[in-house]
Design a protein around this ligand. Structure first.
Ligand code: G3P
Length: 215
C-alpha cells in the first residue's frame, strides 16, 4: 500500500519525507486554509520536497471552471494530481481531463456507486472518506472494501485511496483490504511507528550501555 501524507503543512511533509515513508501528498482547501499561506506557494514548496503524486483540489463546481483550474494546476508540475469533487460536472471534467492525460483524484466519495462511476469516467484515484462515514455511525472501511472488489471484478485501473483516516486501526484495515493508497495525517503517521515496548527497550539498552567498561 502506498502512503500519502494528508496535510498542506510543509514542516509535517518534510518530517515524514525525511523518514522515507511517504509516496505522495494529498491536500484539500481546509488543509491549505490551516497553513494561512497562499495555495500556489504551498504547492510549489510541496513539489520541491516530495517526488510523487501531489493532490491539489479545484474550487470550481461547473465543467468549464473545473477544467480551467485543473489544467492550470496540472501545468504547475508533473507530479500534480488534480482533485475534483464527485458531482456530475466533476465526472464530465474527469472524462475530458483523463483524455488529455491529466491525472485526477476524485474526492468526497461516500458510496460504492459513486466510486464505480468515478472509475468509469477515468479517475486515476478515488478517495472514499472513511472517518467521515464513521462519524455518522456508518462503516467507512466497508466502502473501501467494496471499491477494491468492484475495481478488481472488472479490471478497472482506478486506485482506491483511503482518505479521512483518523487512527492506526484504519491504516491496518485499509492495508488488509488491499487499498492501493492510504492518505494519513502527520499525527497518525507518528502513531503508527510508536510502541511503548520500543521506548522501554531502548531506555534499558542505553542504561545498560553505561555499565559497559571502557577499553
Ligand atoms: O483529504 C481529505 C480527507 O482526508 C479529509 O479528512 O479528517 O477532514 O475527514 P477529514
Amino acid at each position: 500500500m502506498q502512503i500519502f501524507i494528508d496535510t498542506a503543512d510543509i514542516e509535517e511533509i518534510r518530517d515524514a519525507a525525511a523518514m522515507g515513508v511517504i509516496d505522495g501528498v494529498t491536500t484539500n482547501p481546509s488543509l491549505v486554509a490551516k497553513t494561512g499561506r497562499p495555495f500556489k506557494e504551498v504547492l510549489v514548496d510541496i513539489c520541491e520536497v516530495v517526488d510523487g503524486p501531489i493532490s491539489a483540489e479545484v474550487l470550481a463546481t461547473d465543467y468549464d471552471g473545473i477544467l480551467k483550474e485543473a489544467r492550470a494546476l496540472a501545468a504547475m508540475h508533473e507530479n500534480i494530481v488534480v482533485k475534483v469533487p464527485l458531482i456530475a460536472e466533476g465526472l464530465k471534467a474527469v472524462r475530458t481531463l483523463a483524455g488529455e492525460g491529466i491525472r485526477v483524484n476524485v474526492t468526497l466519495c461516500f458510496s460504492p456507486t459513486q466510486g464505480l462511476l468515478a472509475a468509469k469516467a477515468g479517475a486515476t484515484y478515488v478517495s472514499p472518506f472513511v472517518g467521515r462515514v464513521d462519524d455518522i455511525s456508518g462503516n467507512g472501511m466497508e466502502i473501501v472494501q467494496q471499491l477494491v472488489t468492484i475495481y478488481q471484478n472488472y479490471g478497472l485501473e482506478t486506485q482506491v485511496l483511503a482518505a479521512s483516516i483518523r487512527h492506526p486501526l484504519h491504516v491496518v484495515q485499509a492495508s488488509l483490504i488491499g487499498a492501493h493508497v492510504a492518505t494519513i495525517p502527520h499525527k497518525v503517521i507518528h502513531q503508527l511507528l510508536k510502541h511503548p515496548l520500543t521506548d522501554i527497550g531502548l531506555e534499558r539498552f542505553l542504561a545498560d550501555a553505561k555499565k559497559i567498561p571502557n577499553g
